[in-house]
Design a protein around this ligand. Structure first.
Ligand SMILES: [Zn+2]
Length: 354
């Protein structure tokens, strides 16, 4: 495949205060030909209730676009939206919400070939600009499905600042996970005589560095939100360029996937689960986790398993399950023997470092 044409980049990435109040002007600057095209706004009912004024403003700016609330972030719902979009000749889908809404809207746009404008109300993970949607399928399992990245991403820093702090912390966790993910990606490439894509690697590294070395420690500060927004988008683009999730997802993500699949009763966001997983992953990789621990403490990110009801035994079992949760994916876990006593030690170290 041609190296230069196999990936897409968004035409617009705007991160501004009150950007949602003039999203039409922003779009007019970057993608003028979609103004006046039939548009649908996808969101969730509770968000429509909270942000009625902003969402109605966006709807009227885009020609009185219909506002539709999704029930669940499911494959079926994305397909139903795509069907409506095709039948009603809708050309533009605007997703306004968190990960569930954005993943559903992104996939609906992908299959209906509509232009997708992504307008996040929180920054909980890097699916913002990633070439994947995580959707519920029949039964309980969620599936990660490849799709096209958004044509435009508009972040309103005031919206993000007003979002629950846990969501921003989750976005921070997903960004910091790149540290161990990139190590695992290199390891996997070395073991399979493959290559890491240098540019995707650099983008993911910069995404991590910009947040890890950020001088701004206040999560409610506009500068910090701008840096985090860009870091999450860069992570998504790294995946788009690499053609896989490898730049952003390593053994720490296998840990999070194992929680989701085998311990669905554990209530922990994706980003916090990968943040928690990145500490043991660092240790398996022979790297010191002290830098990450210090960083998490600075931002008040709770990485302690017991806070989420994860006991020592569960912790060891999750790491055991993590080995097989994505068959074929080579990470440090492929070369680290499962050692319950080492895991007990790590668990204790995580307790004591609090
Ligand atoms: Zn992630």
């Amino acid at each position: 495949m041609n190296q230069h044409t196999r990936f897409n980049l968004p035409l617009c990435l705007t991160v501004e205060e009150d950007a949602f109040f003039h999203s039409d002007e922003i779009i007019k600057r970057y993608i003028p030909d979609i103004i006046g095209q039939k548009t649908i706004v996808i969101s969730e009912q509770f968000l429509i209730d909270i942000y009625r004024e902003k969402i109605m403003d966006i709807s009227s700016d885009f020609g009185g676009a219909e506002v539709m609330a999704i029930q669940r972030a499911s494959f079926d719902e994305a397909v139903a939206i795509a069907k409506k979009v095709c039948i009603e000749d809708i050309r533009v889908i605007i997703g306004i919400g968190g990960g569930r809404v954005l993943d559903t809207a992104k996939y609906a746009a992908h299959i209906s070939k509509a232009v997708y404008i992504c307008m996040p109300t929180s920054l909980s993970n890097d699916s913002l600009a990633s070439p994947f949607s995580v959707l519920e399928t029949e039964g309980a399992a969620r599936k990660t499905i490849a799709c096209k990245i958004p044509a435009a991403i508009i972040v309103d820093t005031n919206m993000i600042i007003n979002a629950p702090i846990g969501q921003t912390l989750s976005g921070i966790g997903d960004t910091i996970a790149k540290h161990t993910a990139l190590f695992d990606w290199k390891l996997s490439a070395a073991r399979t005589s493959g290559n890491v894509e240098d540019f995707a690697y650099a983008l993911a590294r910069m995404s991590y560095d910009s947040v890890y070395h950020c001088d701004e420690k206040d999560l409610k500060n506009h500068v910090f939100i701008r840096i985090l927004s860009r870091a999450l988008v860069m992570g998504g683009l790294a995946m788009e360029i690499a053609g896989s999730s490898r730049p952003c997802s390593g053994s720490e993500h296998l840990f999070a996937h194992a929680i989701e699949e085998y311990y669905p009763e554990i209530k922990i966001s994706h980003g916090l689960a990968v943040a928690m997983g990145s500490i043991p992953a660092c240790i398996f990789q022979g790297q010191s986790p002290d830098g990450l621990i210090g960083f998490f403490r600075t931002y008040g990110l709770d990485y302690h398993p017991a806070s989420y009801g994860i006991s020592e035994e569960m912790f060891a079992d999750i790491w055991l399950k993590a080995r097989d949760v994505r068959p074929g994916r080579i990470t440090i876990l492929s070369e680290t023997p499962h050692d319950p006593s080492q895991l007990r030690e790590i668990y204790q170290r995580m307790v004591e470092s609090e």
